[in-house]
Each structure stands twice: as C-alpha cells, then as structure tokens.
Design a binder for this molecule. Structure first.
Ligand SMILES: NC(=O)c1ccc[n+]([C@@H]2O[C@H](COP(=O)([O-])OP(=O)(O)OC[C@H]3O[C@@H](n4cnc5c(N)ncnc54)[C@H](OP(=O)(O)O)[C@@H]3O)[C@@H](O)[C@H]2O)c1
Length: 242
C-alpha cells in the first residue's frame, strides 16, 4: 500500500491485542512504527518481533503524553489504547469507573491528537489519524453506559478533528469494531448467554479477528484512502446495519 514513506506512525494500545496486530500489519506494509502502551515487556517483545520502536506513556496524564509526543516527528496515529470499564446500567453505574473510561478512551485519545497533530502540522506533510472506536459508540448496547459514552465522545473528537485538521491535509477517521476475543472482551462476550443472542442478530454471525480490524485501519492510513476523512467505519459483520 502507498503512503507509508512519509514519516513514522504512532500506535497506542500496541501492548494489547488489536494494537499489536495493527503494528504487525503496518510494518508489513512498509511503515516505520512507534508502538505505545504502558507494559514495557509487551512493547519490547513486539519490537523484537517487528523492528518497531517503542514509546511508553500513560494516556491519563497530559504531562506523560506531552513529554512523549512534543517535538516527535509523526505522519500518522492510531488511537487504539482503551479500557473496557464495567458492565453496568445507568441506574447502577460506578461513576469512578465512568471517569476512568472517559479519561482513557476519549480524553487520552484527544491528548494524543493534540500533541501529535501539532507535530504533523509543523512537518507540513499532511497525515492520517485513525481512532479505534466501537460498535458501542454507534448504538445502545446493554450494560455499556460508560464504554459507549466514551466511544461516542471519541466519535465526535474524530469529526471535529477531521474538520479542523483537514486544511492541513490531515485526515481523521474512526473504525467501529464488533467484539474481538481479546482479554478486554472475552470475560463478558464469551458467556454463552451473552454470545448467542448477539451473534444471532449479526448478519455475518461471528466475532471479528484482530487481523480483520487491523487491515481497514491500515487502509485508512494509506494513500488508498486519500479522499476519506471524518468517516465512522463499522467493522461489525453488519451488526449496526440491521
Ligand atoms: N476487543 C474488542 O472486542 C474491541 C471491540 C471494539 C473496540 N475495541 C477497542 O479496540 C482498542 C484495543 O482493544 P483491545 O481489545 O486490543 O484491548 P487490550 O488487549 O486490553 O489492550 C488495551 C490497550 O490499551 C492500553 N492502555 C489501557 N490503559 C492505558 C493507559 N492509561 N495508558 C496507556 N495505554 C493504556 C493497554 O496498554 P497496557 O496494557 O500496556 O497498559 C493496551 O495496550 C480499544 O480502544 C478498545 O476499546 C475493542
């Protein structure tokens, strides 16, 4: 794919399932990748496997994000770091969990966008940002009050960022995966009483793989998507379409 020779691409959440797979796909496509997360051991293992660079920082801390990103040359960003929080209704939610989910999934992605986009504008080569949202940001899912709210907030960060960064030739898009059986999701979605009714309503009727999320992310970062900005791309087997 074209477009991966213009500068490094930062992937947050790279110590996790979808982020790590995205790093592997980007390296295979010829990109220079900077992998971020907090777990240095996981990042080191990914670096040994792929040749990516590592840059650990904490998404909940503006000082940490700023220290890592200020002045760093970047062409692209994948905001993939995230936290599932709790399964709860609005009637029973633990508001401290809500605050933490928002702090990582929405506020953290905005902090990365803030400092990364400053560098991208300074370099003047344009760029691309992909925000990893969720099907939970597009529709109401049972038990997903905090997580769904955080991803819906991220979705508007995507749209406003696409508007504000477009004049700098920086594209900003969102992807909206259904469930991938990573540790973040398996404890809940793997329960038979949750899994079967959900998959029965999905046209493709199965969970996604990490590779099936990484490939569209790579496409949106590439020059093949050079006229695409501000979209919300479901990767959900048709779940939100029916
Ligand atoms: N799995 C799914 O079914 C699914 C579906 C739709 C959307 N998503 C979204 O896809 C993204 C990746 O999910 P995943 O399933 O790959 O999750 P995962 O394996 O649990 O990975 C989560 C990643 O986020 C990082 N992270 C969490 N809190 C952080 C913080 N405070 N500072 C820095 N990094 C932090 C983790 O880093 P450390 O472990 O190093 O702290 C890890 O790399 C998330 O945004 C998630 O909401 C997932």
């Amino acid at each position: 794919m074209q477009g991966f020779n213009k500068g490094p691409i930062l992937v947050t959440g790279a110590s996790g399932g979808i982020g790590g797979t995205t790093v592997r796909h980007l390296v295979a496509a010829g990109a220079t990748v900077i992998a971020s997360g907090r777990n240095q051991d996981a990042l080191d293992a990914l670096a040994a496997e792929t040749g990516c660079r590592t840059l650990p920082f904490d998404l909940t801390s503006e000082d940490s994000v700023k220290a890592a990103l200020e002045g760093l040359d970047l062409y692209g960003v994948v905001n993939c770091g995230g936290f599932g929080g709790e399964i709860a209704t609005p009637m029973e939610t633990d508001i401290d969990v809500f605050d933490k989910v928002i702090a990582i999934n929405a506020r953290g992605a905005l902090l990365v966008t803030k400092y990364a986009s400053q560098s991208m504008i300074r370099l003047g080569k344009g760029g691309a940002i992909v925000n990893v949202s969720s099907q939970a940001g597009l529709v109401a899912l049972k038990g997903h009050i905090s997580y769904g709210a955080s991803k819906a907030a991220l979705d508007n960060i995507t749209r406003v960022s696409a508007m504000e960064l477009g004049p700098h030739n920086i594209r900003v898009n969102g992807v909206h995966p259904t469930v991938v059986m990573t540790p973040m999701s398996a404890w809940y979605w793997g329960r038979p009483e949750i899994e079967k009714p959900f998959l029965d309503t999905m046209p493709l009727g199965r969970w996604a793989t990490e590779d099936e999320i990484a490939a569209p992310i790579v496409f949106l970062l590439s020059d093949a998507a050079s006229m695409i900005s501000g979209v919300a791309l479901p990767i959900d087997g048709g779940f939100t379409a029916v």
